[in-house]
Design a protein around this ligand. Sequence first.
Ligand code: GDP
Length: 531
Amino acid sequence: MNMSAFTDKVSKRRTFAIISHPDAGKTTLTEKFLLYGGAIQEAGMVKGKQNMRHAVSDWMEIEKQRGISVTSSVLQFNYDGYCINILDTPGHQDFSEDTYRTLMAADSAVMVIDGSKGVEDQTRKLFKVCAMRHIPIFTFINKMDREAKDPYELLEEIEQELGVETYPINWPIGCGKEFKGVYEREKREVIRFESIAGGRKEVKEVVTSVDDPELKEAIGEDYFQILQDDVELLDGAGADFDLDKVHHGQLSPVCFGSALTNFGVEPFLEHFLNFSEAPAPRKSDIGEIDPMSEEFSAFVFKIQANMNSRHRDRMAFMRITSGTFTKGMEVYHMQGKKKIKLNQSKSLMADEREEIQEAYSGDIIGVFDPGIFSIGDTILTGKKKFQFEGIPTFAPEHFARIRNTDTMKRKQFVKGITQIAQEGAIQIFTELGGGMEEIIIGVVGVLQFEVLAYRLKNEYNVEIVNTPLPYQFIRWIDNTDIDVKTLNLSSDTKYVQDLKGKTLLLFSNTWGINWATDRNPGLELSEFSQN
Ligand code: GDP
């Protein structure tokens, strides 16, 4: 491919993660995006939680049994000359550290908020990780066809709770049964929400200029007056739109709509494409790597075991950071210090596991992993050697002590949990200076305990007993010169070490964290461990 064709392909790529609290409408919105891109023929394909989730990943028996997906997937679609990659961040019981790690592979995030609920717990958690990376965040306030909170209140809540400025790109007129549509501020147009006779779900988007006398009649005198007042207030009191702030994750453009009725989705997509940027450069130990560079490079952000139940295969999921990937290409694996061939590359299209021929900077690929990759690894083809910045370890929220029931199988047990920890599904902690006899496992999502027990049994023939522990919070100690034994801690605080030998504190409640920071001046605690 000549250089300008390559540059063109990369500059037209957008890779975003979609974040939300369960039930806010993430799946519905994704499905509508795909409809616009023509990637799927009919609505309902992404959804049908049971059916589709099966199609996405029948990789692990446990997924089939539970009808949920343990892994996150990627969807790709084309729209208006752009090639868009959506990274799904699984929630509910399948919330795991992978959910966070997926955010490391995205250049921006779309945050879906339920208009009747506002900012919810999982959104808050995922937002924190986006904020840590300073990636742009685009907000879609969904379900405006239902009773919703006051839009001013919603924006206030986002600003207060998440600590990001907001800028409404459009503004809702009414909500629920009285939802009249949205006012597009720049174009000074109202997109009216009109039901189609006979159709229960689909609505028509009718565009009227805000100065058109017909508008008053269409939305009614009262709403017309409210709109006039809102427009005046927004234009007068609201902050200016600052694209630079958007690109640094300090200001979130906000759109209102209703994914279910397909209202406001296309305008949102267009605004997103307008304000978002092509794949961003990535930090490495020799400086930033330009996505437009022709030399191929990528980093591993996720490892998925056992996609084929008859083999112990692993797939390493990578984000391409520069150049072009071609099937079967030879690359240099930095951490392994070896040349390797990338085989059996899969695109991550949910329902399609065909081998991909080519992929570009910004795309996500999954490649066969004979057990050599770890999360955060770099692969590349150029002469210049470098390593990308590591992927942080995220704070687990559930803890348990685990014990192998058959002491004869100690070796398999240690091998099993070490490998599973290496894939990033669990974190292992031990007593300070202790060995693998007393093991505490920490997980981000509680389902991972089940996955662990299942895999140890099936892959390593080891049975475990699992005793839940009351800890909920973990903090890495950043100070290198502190003897943890001398710290003044509440009696229910425990200290342990991770596999890298770093010391951490386990707390049962926030009160314990406050105790630790209040009574130990200079103690620095963090929620992530930068590898
Ligand atoms: P997810 O858990 O975030 O993926 O949410 P879903 O997309 O599965 O949506 C959760 C529920 O909300 C489903 O029953 C959807 O049909 C419904 N829903 C999604 N978007 C809207 C909307 O705009 N309006 C209304 N009334 N319901 C919606």
